[in-house]
Design a binder for this molecule. Structure first.
Ligand code: BGC
Length: 733
């Protein structure tokens, strides 16, 4: 008791100190002293124990915790449960070092938000910060200290199922979102009872496996790494992320979990990252499977040498590290450095002072009303209106009858999306429920499932056609099951699974106007829909408030404002496809020997940045503050956006550039800024961006970041494929 009071006094002193100048360093040095003290009292086995993480809990694990042989557990949840396990570490181990509990809190803990790819489509970093703060509040109250998120892997190949967990294809947007998510999870003080530490993953280039097949190897130039795949990690580190997870993949022949170039040189030396690194699930052990390490002993040595501080589930550190130190293969100070980094996280989280959580707080915060309201808001803002011919949407308030059709229309489980932590199907408002609640009493709402999501089941087609025929509009909800997305869920096809397209075709045949609602974790190739169906809404896997949010959008209570953060291909044969491509010496033309497919346009079906609104926005007055700038100078770019529609709405104004001639050829367009503005009908706003060395620079052939003289094109636009264009010159020195 006395100890607790003393400890909480210490916390107060530290918190007070943190508002003073120089506080961060004095807090750090106070923590360092405590770490030194602890380290001086730890045995070799206890030190190794801090670097060992296992999943779940059992009697065997309890014994290992008691002996100080486990430092962290994943997948332990619930206040009472986690307290019970924590009590063993605090009260029954020699030194009372608390356990660190980690969990994949990817898009909410119990209040499940839309998948991350969806919330990135909001282009709204504040929204993203808000929902991650809610996820953190629920998780921490439930005993979780650490999320394995955000996943900041750039993904340009929708065959890769883990695209759902990231922000899409673009390094600039990915960096903004990475920082926003870190801020949301961690806040300004991770010792707060409503914050958790973040983990940037999967370091690095895990999102670019050959053939889009999960866990497959990656072959990539240092340039692509530095310009495309590393920036979101760098931004997350700059935002203060406390931890990073290494990946499963080989990178240019060297596993990312033992990669001294990407970890020791780039992450530790160049960026100065001093947080701790956890392996991915048994990725230390897999160094042997890769053929990079001869055996577990070798693997442990290679991973620790790359400063992998914690071994997730591999048991390799547990079995090998102590002996490697005893036999002088690994210097004890290397081990100490890793232990130090792990202990620092535990101190930062305040776990020595407050190892337990209060079940009453847990009960009060889980699914709190404002959390659920935020889930609805996030889902509305994440949906992307791909097409809306003839202003079919929004539905009119007095629509007579609606046929709700499709295997995802009355489905809770799949709306949660992959990696839904403690989310439950029973928490989900399905599309059918959302529509029934919103429809006027005079509107008839009928439902037919039509088909299953996967498989050849056409038995329900006749019923679906029947309800469609008798309705004024058909809302057809199709897409992917949650298990078809996420980890180990790569696909070679990108069409709607099963017979869902046939179902839409049959409904379309009735002549009743069709609104296709797609719930998926990746862009699907939907050229038939794009050609025939008047309205298409990409709703992703929208989380527990999906049905309500969808109804908000269908009736125009919420005006859609999402924009794609991944290009939608016409067919799987086009992938990888992304807007920021290089130019070819033979751009597509009518002549034969140009860069094209014989059977498809080069362009995507829907480009990056695309997304319609019920308003219309007109762009004008593109003004540059200078025609010419010095290489280290800046210029401002402004444009005026006017809401020319009849309803209020939000618009994502995007800024792109192209360096026209450079010593390393630059992509046709690169996003360098964006802002989301809200405009009443008739309202106009001038939007201003600044361009300077960090936007205009690139890595030259010597891998130095330079701004080269020459002409730059600049666009301000509502999508990557259109926009107002101007240019300026960077003059030579
Ligand atoms: C995934 C990680 C995840 C870990 C723990 C692994 O299979 O690749 O992203 O954090 O499992 O669940």
């Amino acid at each position: 008791m006395r100890l607790c009071r003393a400890a909480s006094r210490l916390t107060i002193v530290l918190l007070l100190a943190s508002s003073l100048p120089g506080a961060a360093s004095s807090q750090a040095s106070a923590i360092d002293q405590r770490i030194d003290d602890l380290l001086s009292r730890m045995t070799l086995d206890e030190k190794v124990g801090q670097l060992v993480q296992y999943s779940d809990f059992s009697d065997d694990r309890a014994a290992a915790v008691r002996e100080g042989r486990i430092g962290s557990l994943l997948n332990v949840t619930g206040a009472e449960n986690s307290n019970r396990i924590q009590r063993i570490a605090i009260e029954e181990t020699r030194l009372g070092i608390p356990l660190l509990f980690g969990l994949d809190v990817i898009h909410g803990y119990r209040t499940i938000f839309p998948i991350p790819l969806a919330t990135a489509s909001s282009w709204d970093p504040e929204l993203v910060t808000t929902i991650e703060a809610i996820a953190a509040r629920e998780a921490r109250a439930s005993g979780v200290h650490w999320t394995f998120a955000p996943m900041v892997d750039i993904a340009r190949d929708p065959r890769w199922g883990r695209m759902i967990e990231g922000a899409g294809e673009d390094p600039y947007l990915g960096s903004v979102m990475a920082a926003a998510r870190v801020r949301g999870f961690q806040g300004s003080d991770v010792a707060s009872p409503d914050r958790i530490i973040a983990c940037l993953k999967h370091y690095v280039a895990y999102g670019a496996p050959v053939g889009g097949r999960d866990y497959n190897s990656v072959d990539m130039s240092e340039r692509s790494l530095r310009e495309i795949y590393l920036p979101p990690f760098k931004a997350g580190v700059a935002a203060g992320a406390a931890s990073i997870m290494s990946a499963f993949n080989l990178l240019n022949g060297v596993p990312t979990t033992a990669n001294t170039f990407t970890i020791n040189r780039v992450l530790r030396d160049e960026w100065g990252f001093d947080g701790f690194i956890v392996s991915d699930w048994n990725s230390v052990g897999e160094l042997v499977d890769h053929g990079y390490a001869a055996d577990g002993r070798h693997a442990a040595r290679l991973a620790l040498n790359a400063t992998i501080d914690m071994d997730m589930m591999g048991g390799i550190y547990a079995g090998q590290l102590a002996d490697l130190v005893r036999t002088n293969v690994i210097p004890e100070r290397s081990l100490d450095e890793s232990v130090r980094r792990v202990l620092r996280a535990k101190f930062m989280l305040g776990l020595f002072e407050n190892p337990y959580v209060d079940p009453a707080t847990e009960a009060a915060v889980i699914l709190r009303d404002d959390h659920v309201a935020a889930a609805r808001d996030a889902a509305r803002k994440s949906m992307v209106l791909l097409k809306n011919d003839g202003a079919l949407l929004p539905l009119s308030g007095d629509v007579g009858s609606i046929a709700v059709i499709g295997p995802l229309a009355d489905n809770g489980q799949d709306l949660l999306g992959a990696w839904h932590a403690l989310g439950r199907a029973e928490d989900v408002v399905t599309v059918l429920e959302g529509i029934r609640r919103r429809a006027a009493q005079t509107t008839t709402v009928t439902f037919a499932r039509g088909s299953t999501v996967v498989g050849p089941d056409r038995d329900g087609f006749a019923e679906a056609v029947e309800v469609a025929r008798n309705a004024d509009v058909a809302i057809v909800v199709v897409g992917e099951r949650e298990g078809e997305t996420g980890e180990a869920a790569s696909r070679v096809g990108l069409a709607l699974p099963g017979v869902q397209q046939e179902l839409i075709e049959a409904v379309h045949e009735t002549g009743t106007p069709v609104v296709a609602v797609i719930m998926s974790g990746r862009p699907l190739a939907i050229p038939w829909l794009a050609e025939h169906v008047p309205a298409i809404l990409q709703a992703w896997h929208p989380g527990i408030q999906g049905g309500n949010a969808l109804a908000d959008v269908l009736w125009g209570d919420a005006n859609p404002s999402g924009k794609l953060t991944v290009s939608f291909p016409r067919s799987v044969g086009q992938v990888p496809i992304y807007y920021s491509r290089d130019v070819t010496g033979r751009p597509r033309s009518e002549s034969k020997f140009t860069s094209k497919y014989l059977d498809s346009p080069n362009t995507p079906l829907y480009p990056f940045g695309h997304g319609l609104s019920y308003s219309t926005f007109e762009y004008g007055d593109l003004v540059l503050s200078a025609d010419t700038i010095a290489p280290d100078g800046t210029l401002s770019v402004s444009a005026t956006v006017t809401n020319t529609g009849r309803v209020a709405g939000a618009e994502v104004v995007q800024l792109y550039i192209r360096d026209l001639v450079a010593s390393v050829v630059r992509p046709v367009k690169e996003l360098k800024g964006f802002t989301k503005i809200f405009l009443e009908p008739g309202q106009r706003q001038t939007v201003r961006f600044t361009l300077g060395p960090s936007e205009l620079g690139f890595y030259n052939q010597d891998m130095q970041r330079v701004v080269e003289p020459g002409t730059f094109a600049v666009w301000v636009s509502s999508s990557s494929d259109a926009g107002l264009e101007s240019s300026f010159v960077v003059k030579g020195n």
